[in-house]
Design a protein around this ligand. Sequence first.
Ligand SMILES: Nc1ncnc2c1ncn2[C@@H]1O[C@H](COP(=O)(O)OP(=O)(O)OP(=O)(O)O)[C@@H](O)[C@H]1O
Length: 239
Amino acid sequence: MEILRTENIVKCFGEFRALNGVSISVNKGDVTLIIGPNGSGKSTFLKTLFGLTKIYSGEIIFKDKNIAKVPPHQKARMKIAYLPQTNNVFANLTVEENLKIAGYVLDKDKVKERIEIALDVFPELKDILKRKAGTLSGGQRQFLAMGMALVRDAEVLMLDEPTAQLSPKLAEVIFEKIIEMRDEFGLTILLVEQNAKRALEISDNGYMFVSGRVAFEGTAEELLNHEKFKEYSLGITAI
Ligand SMILES: Nc1ncnc2c1ncn2[C@@H]1O[C@H](COP(=O)(O)OP(=O)(O)OP(=O)(O)O)[C@@H](O)[C@H]1O
């Protein structure tokens, strides 16, 4: 069942069209992947979905409502979470404080319960609750940011390259956590990833962006077997 879709999103920076009519559809409880070369508009797309930059035209439909003009803090209340590549935690606060702040709109008992759930999925955080988030490793910071989304009880989670700059081993752990968040909690995940092949293996559907457009789309399996994708992932063509 569709929970989120965009229709013909156009985003310009001056004369430059970073997004040139992007339409995608995201099903509830799926991992939907966006891949594509550098500069193809993936990060810009997530930012526009969350309302961090204004779009020129197009619609963002969430549960049958056009939310294109809804500001980020209201989208957060609608249980949409966005994790940027960096600055996704409060560096000067401890891990515990970050988790508590994530639940600020919930009542106290509920926050406690949600933090317990987050620590079940991210037990790695249990021993570092008193550490300042700014001192964490890249992987620990990512765990915390994803844990905060769980505390918030997010329904849709948008992740911008969560495995960037992590070792292959840690990247694999992040992919496993993403699967767990989908399968155990029914989260809908919109994922932007550089590691296209591995990310497709854990995804349900995918979109390949090229120059601000959807070049091709399909189920994860269709994309993995797509000639263009094979060429792209082998680096034979820049598309
Ligand atoms: N604030 C901005 N002002 C002007 N141009 C921008 C701005 N943000 C992004 N762009 C341009 O828009 C295009 C899309 O950028 P975006 O960061 O969305 O690509 P991407 O697919 O996420 O790339 P990467 O994989 O390298 O992160 C690029 O050409 C980029 O230079």
